[in-house]
Design a protein around this ligand. Structure first.
Ligand code: PLP
Length: 282
């Protein structure tokens, strides 16, 4: 395997950054994960747009021109022989003597890795989720590498043998999953997902799904929902670059279906796969 570090393609086993990289010491950096399907980067534009936005919110410079970065991502897919898988890229504020304020002269660090991963197909078995208090900071719209709360939530999910942890705010409303956006379909067939403000990450998959919902004539609302509303919903699902649309059948041990994928999740998952196939055929 090959990794990309600051302009160099190096063996993955030897890829490293400096001990005083601010990503390491302060989680002072941001990242993106892009799915690769049949060799194509999925929703590339959305992910690059979000990277630029995360960086600009933190006043970190783009480490290279956007077009050059796009070329690196493609090359990483190629040299690592990824057909289906994930590309990860991370930019930090760079290396500087440890001090809290921004260094005056640090070059941002950029790291790119790519790995193969088989995605479950269109017909997928619904998963279970647990809920946990949302312990993150107030700018969850920035995709930072400060992922300790997410790691704690995911570990809790693993111990409960659940696929994902839905995080719940102080008022009892679900914000999103530890690494996904959260969705329900109400008994009167309205798709609900939380509005994209500072409380959640504006998922790129989320945006694609809202578009598919529009195209399919589904009713949808962007608003918060409680755990109780979710447990009384007709369907639930999560979305992310690595899961696309993943149906959920159990929330904190309350079953909301018989364990089969619901029709809305099925339609949206199919729409996502259709869009990926179109890209692959182009
Ligand atoms: N919410 C959080 C907290 C995430 O970490 C992620 C992605 O990993 C998502 C939502 C889904 O975003 P995307 O669809 O862009 O992968």
């Amino acid at each position: 395997r090959i990794a990309y570090v600051n302009g160099r393609y190096v063996p993955h086993s030897e890829a490293s950054v400096h001990v005083e990289d601010r990503g390491f010491q302060f989680a002072d950096g941001v990242y993106e994960v892009v799915a690769v399907y049949k060799g194509q980067l999925i929703d590339e534009k959305g992910h690059l747009d979000r990277l630029e936005r995360s960086l600009s919110e933190l006043q970190i410079a783009m480490p290279m021109a956007r077009a050059a970065l796009a070329q690196v991502l493609r090359r990483m897919v190629r040299v690592n022989l990824v057909r289906d898988g994930l590309v990860y890229f991370q930019v930090t504020r760079g290396v500087a003597p440890r001090d809290f304020p921004f260094p005056y002269a640090a070059m941002p660090t950029i790291v790119v890795t790519a790995r193969s991963k088989a995605f479950p197909g269109r017909d997928v078995k619904p998963v279970t989720v647990i809920t946990t208090p949302d312990q993150r900071w107030a700018r969850r719209d920035i995709k930072t590498v400060g992922l300790l709360p997410a790691a704690l939530a995911k570990q809790k999910a693993r111990q409960a043998k659940a696929f994902e942890a839905w995080q719940v705010d102080a008022d009892g409303y679900v914000t999103e999953g530890a690494s996904s956006n959260a969705w329900i379909v109400t008994k009167d067939n309205v798709i609900v997902t939380r509005q994209a403000d500072h409380n959640i990450l504006r998922g790129i998959t989320r945006m694609a799904i809202l578009e598919f919902a529009r195209e399919n004539g589904f009713r949808f609302e962007e608003r918060p929902f409680t755990v109780e509303e979710a447990q009384n919903a007709r369907e639930a699902f999560v979305s992310s670059a690595s899961t696309f649309v993943m149906p959920v059948w159990k929330i904190d041990n309350v079953a909301i279906s018989n364990g089969e994928m619901g029709p809305v999740a099925k339609t949206l998952r199919d729409a996502y796969f259709d869009a990926m196939e179109q890209l692959a055929d182009a």
